[in-house]
Design a protein around this ligand. Structure first.
Ligand SMILES: C[S@@+](CC[C@H](N)C(=O)[O-])C[C@H]1O[C@@H](n2cnc3c(N)ncnc32)[C@H](O)[C@@H]1O
Length: 411
């Protein structure tokens, strides 16, 4: 098994990270910490050096630190260096050789701090792809395991390791990780973004890992409390630049607002079915489609009232099924509309326009623009499309008589 993502944290940044989480004081006060992908233990050494400086480093203190790594050699090297540096053995029970994703320890910790491996799924060697594929699904990071195949997903294995590591944190505890920043904006990490950090530090300019070409940073999380939005920082430790981060959808990418700019209202994401529509458009043939009252010899299911506040009542003939399909010719005949439009047929067939053109070419001279299943939604939120300084939306419907209010494009 080749080491996965073995880029160790430089000592000065390991010190910075443990101080960000206030670990030196918290561990001295009795809190427990785990580094789930510990390598040769840079984060543990940064912490122990502080404890030694404060004169509190002893076996009981060391017993609050747990290191996990799937490479036993790294942990052995850590243990040797520890003994040489501090003159006593690191507690063996707190060195866990194993894969934190597939065999997480049963224990929980007050803090989890780490620098997990960074590699997108397609970059993993075949053995690791095989090993981790089911876990992406089990930890609810992808909908179907097949999303990961054929390089379609750029989801980073750091998402998998951290998803597992979050579960090692006691309720109310905290976690901090060095992470690729793609996790905060790529579509493939949408499910992972259910964990919202308190703060993200973009460390790319600070060149913490000079050999890494992608953008990366440090993110810290409070588990068990719902953070609305992270504080986001760029720059360097002596001059952080704060940005506002906004998210337009619960699992959407974080969008940054430049320092000093007014924090925008989040954009309102619309599902395709919620797209604003312009109402039914007759392609210049209102005289054929609009009628002052429902014609007696036309199927009433095809006759709908137009919204025309303050104007005389009008109805529109809509030769469509409720699911948005246009009537077939024999259905038009059966509905009474073919007969009703007897004298209009040629003029309706001569209408112009791109969409109408394609329907007319297929012989459907009774087509309307803007007709679809949405035209039959029982409720409509309507507003005047032009000529108004203020947007005054109104809710129309449901009517209760099987007819559906239709927006009049001529409004
Ligand atoms: C980027 S290094 C970071 C090491 C260390 N935390 C540091 O900051 O110097 C990632 C480490 O994670 C280990 N690793 C990768 N995947 C792992 C897994 N699933 N479980 C446990 N350790 C893993 C690798 O062996 C490597 O030592």
């Amino acid at each position: 098994m080749a080491p996965l993502g073995a880029v160790f944290t430089p000592p000065s940044w390991a010190r910075w990270a443990v101080e960000r989480l206030d670990l030196p004081a918290r561990v001295t006060a009795g809190a427990t910490v785990c580094d789930p992908t510990a390598g040769e233990g840079s984060l543990a050494f940064a912490l122990a050096d502080r404890a030694q400086g404060g004169g509190v480093l002893d076996a009981a203190w060391a017993g609050r630190i747990t290191l996990i790594d799937r490479e036993g050699d790294f942990l052995e090297s850590f243990a040797r260096t520890w003994h040489g540096r501090y003159g006593f053995a690191f507690p063996e029970a707190n060195l866990v050789e194993g894969d934190v994703v597939t065999r997480p320890p049963a224990r929980r910790f007050d803090f989890v701090v780490g620098n997990p491996p960074w590699a997108s799924y397609p970059e993993l060697d075949p053995e690791d792809q095989e090993r981790y594929r089911p876990w992406f699904r089990d930890l609810d990071l992808v909908g179907r395991p097949s999303e990961l195949l054929l390089g379609r997903s750029r989801l980073d294995v750091a998402a998998l390791v951290t998803a597992r590591a979050f579960a090692l944190v006691n309720e109310g505890g905290r976690a901090g990780f060095f992470l690729p920043l793609s996790l905060f904006h790529s579509g493939s990490a949408a499910r992972w973004r259910r964990w919202v950090p308190d703060a993200i530090f973009d460390l790319t300019e600070a060149r913490v890992f000079p050999e890494v070409a992608t953008r990366y940073g440090w993110a810290e999380f409070s588990l068990g409390s719902r953070t609305k939005a992270p504080r986001y920082f760029t720059g360097r430790p002596d001059a952080w630049v704060p940005w506002d981060a906004v998210q337009d959808a619960p699992d959407g990418p974080w969008r940054l607002v430049p320092p000093g700019a007014r924090s925008p209202v989040p954009r309102f994401p619309l599902a395709p079915g919620q797209r604003p529509r312009q109402g039914l458009n007759t392609g210049g043939a209102n005289a054929a489609f609009h009628v002052p009252s429902p014609p007696t010899d036309v199927d009433p299911a095809l006759v709908h009232p137009l919204v025309r506040p303050g104007k005389p009542e009008k109805w529109i003939l809509v030769p469509y099924h409720r699911d948005g399909r246009i009537l077939e010719e024999r259905e038009l005949e059966a509905s009474g509309l073919a007969q009703f439009w007897r004298d209009w047929k040629e003029r309706l067939a001569a209408r112009r326009g791109l969409y109408l053109g394609s329907q007319l070419k297929r012989g459907r001279w009774w087509a309307l623009l803007g007709a679809g299943a949405y035209a039959f939604a029982p409720y409509k939120v309507l507003w005047s499309a032009y000529g108004q300084k203020r947007l005054v939306p109104q809710v129309w419907g449901p009517r209760g008589d099987g007819r559906v209010w239709q927006a009049d494009q001529a409004l």
